[in-house]
Design a protein around this ligand. Sequence first.
Ligand SMILES: [Zn+2]
Length: 56
Amino acid sequence: MKTTYCPRCHGTNITQYAGGMTGTVLCKDCGYMGTLIIEKDFVKTMDEPRRKIVKK
Ligand SMILES: [Zn+2]
């Protein structure tokens, strides 16, 4: 499960704007709105999330 957080304040109080149709999100903490989102378990192969390898 991916956790998205705000690139400005690194808060996780993110809501998808317009139902996420446009990929735009809104941060309720700092008011950031945009499409630049960082996902904590981001991997290079975003197209194949089920095949990702978890490294520890
Ligand atoms: Zn924020």
